[in-house]
Design a protein. Structure first.
Length: 109
């Protein structure tokens, strides 16, 4: 019981956020534009402003792993998945091969 109450209290504390209305922006009703869109304390601001770093080709760190593993996925598809569909096609009552599976299998190249 004590653990449940502690979990509920922890959840409430983590999800409540700031509940004050005493903020500077609401008091003076003025907006002061920052000198830069990046904080001076942000050590990665140069990375954000580098156009090459923000380009589509470099947007995710696992992109190169995907390039390498893509042929492996095709190999598994042709050596494991497609033969299993071919076997299941001959005994649909045994393997649960449905008309939807047949439609998907017929659309493969």
């Amino acid at each position: 019981m004590r653990g449940t109450v502690a979990t509920i209290i922890l959840g409430l504390v983590l999800t409540t956020g700031c509940s004050t209305t005493n903020q500077v922006a609401t008091q003076d009703q003025n907006y002061n534009a920052p000198l830069s869109i990046y904080s001076a304390m942000d050590s990665t601001s140069l990375v954000y402003s580098d156009p090459m770093a923000a380009s589509q080709a470099n947007d995710h760190p696992y992109r190169w792993a995907a390039f390498i593993l893509h042929p492996v996925g095709h190999l598994v598809d042709y050596t494991v998945n497609r033969p299993l569909y071919a076997i299941a096609k001959h005994a649909p009552y045994l393997f649960g091969y449905t008309s939807e599976d047949s439609m998907i299998d017929s659309q493969r190249r």
